[in-house]
Design a protein around this ligand. Structure first.
Ligand code: NSS
Length: 432
């Protein structure tokens, strides 16, 4: 026989008595009264493969080389079995070990530090496999949204000379004797591109030297950003809502089995895609928090704790808008009604998850932007090229950034962001 069948196709497409050849890794192994039970794992799932006593002794040599996480090829006949996971198993006729595996370091029950040291092996776990499939379909849905709506995908740099989101979280890099930084955000580069392409977006890695270790901060994360000429705040919030829903819809279509495996209640997400996202102002958010007994004063920024309290009140993402300018970045446009406020918006994921998107209308007046730069104690020299955008054909424009791992964390219902990315970086561990 030629070719290989994936586990999902054996379980879903083949009938009792049909032949199959599967390749994968040994997930579980049991020897019982001469029989050998191998639960085989491939990218698509697991299937039980059984060697009866006769086959096991005929293939004794190969059987003796089988161990947990060895890579193997099995050939056999499909059998229905109610007790087997997936309702079918493979009666093995032939077995070949491709790569042996002696004493696989992860046996179950290990602590988190040990697992992080062995992330390159832990990554084979079914749970992480499911999370990365969710992430794949989420990204696919988000990309499709932009591709279907007239946006240009662009590729901004990661090595930069200036801060977008403040100097405190910059990672310095020695760039041939000059000090450069790893990008916190592609925003300023996207802003330069709207003067030709008008609607642009990108996925880049962003870096933040966050001071505190939290469940929702990474030092290195996947940043999806978009920027559009002529767009005001409502226009951009509509894009964010449609994009988020498009991403979730794709996950529900293609990956609901993975969500269930992870233990996520899918009905919460089904409700999200069919419900308008509520919009509240910063003022209203502060009032809600105060009414919940949180000690926050007007003018203070929300941290993870405040966002948790606030978003436990909601079943779908909620926009918070019109922030005090003091707690937001210098590039946000000042409100025409109240000069203490800026046209900024955050999208907070429900169920306690908090901020997944930060966006705003950008200040498009040269004079106002310059005075905000000075007011924040920044050096206008560093932002000369950024100011040029307001010197030559300035237009009203808006944009936002989505933290992809933040969104995965919420969509998959993870309690820590580290599992939303294959290799989370930690201060005391850059390995593997
Ligand atoms: O700092 S942000 O709120 N906004 C910006 O960087 C803008 N310059 C983006 C833009 O308008 N083009 O970051 C945007 C999002 C934020 O809402 C989070 O979802 C995510 O990026 N983010 C992070 N995710 C994981 N870990 C860390 N440390 C992190 N910081 C921000």
């Amino acid at each position: 026989m030629t070719g290989y069948t994936s586990v999902i196709d054996v379980l879903g497409k083949l009938d009792e008595g049909e032949k199959a050849r599967i390749r994968g890794w040994v997930y579980r192994l049991r020897r019982l009264g001469g029989k050998v039970f191998i639960v085989l794992r491939d990218y698509s799932g697991i299937i039980q493969c059984v060697l009866d006593g006769e086959t096991a002794s005929r293939l004794e040599e190969e059987v003796s080389r089988v161990d947990i996480e060895a890579s193997v090829i099995v050939e056999g006949v499909v059998r229905r079995d109610k007790r087997a996971p997936g309702g079918k198993e493979l009666k093995v006729m032939d077995l070949k070990v491709v790569g042996e595996s002696h004493n696989f370091p992860i046996k179950g029950g290990e602590g988190i530090d040990y697992l992080l040291d062995n992330r390159h092996l832990w990554i084979r776990s079914r749970r992480l496999t499911s999370v990365f499939k969710v992430k794949h379909y989420l990204l696919e849905g988000l990309r499709d949204y932009f591709n279907s709506n007239g946006w240009w995908e662009v590729t901004p740099p990661i090595l930069t000379m200036s801060a977008v989101e403040g100097g405190a979280t910059l990672f310095p890099v020695d760039f041939f004797g000059k000090k450069a930084f790893l990008s916190q955000s592609a925003q300023f580069y996207l802003e330069t591109l709207i003067f030709s392409l008008e609607k642009v977006w990108s996925i880049t890695t962003s870096f933040r030297a966050e001071r505190s270790r939290t469940r929702r901060h990474l030092y290195e994360y996947t940043h999806l950003e978009a920027e559009a000429a002529w767009y005001g705040m409502e226009d951009m919030m509509r894009v964010v809502e449609e994009m988020v829903k498009a991403g979730i819809r794709r996950v529900l279509e293609k990956s609901s089995g993975d969500l269930e495996f992870i233990g996520r209640d899918v009905s919460i997400l089904e409700n999200v895609v069919s419900t308008r996202f509520p919009v509240i102002t910063y003022d209203e958010a502060v009032q809600i928090l105060q009414s919940k007994g949180v000690s926050i004063k007007w003018g203070e920024d929300f941290g993870a704790d405040e966002e948790r309290v606030l978003t436990k009140e909601f079943e779908v993402p909620v926009f918070v808008t019109m922030f005090p300018k003091k707690i937001k970045s210098f590039y946000m446009k000042i409100s025409e009604e109240n000069p203490e406020l800026v046209y900024g918006f955050d999208l907070l994921a429900p169920e306690g998850y908090g901020e997944i998107v930060g966006g705003s209308v950008r200040e498009d007046s040269y004079d106002k932007l310059l005075s905000r730069i000075v007011e924040e104690g920044l050096n206008p020299e560093d932002y000369n090229w950024y100011l040029d955008l307001r010197r030559y054909g300035s237009v009203p424009h808006s944009g936002f950034g989505l933290g992809v791992e933040r969104m995965v964390m919420w969509v998959a219902g993870l309690d820590h962001i580290r599992d939303a990315t294959p290799y989370p970086r930690f201060r005391d561990r850059l390995y593997p």
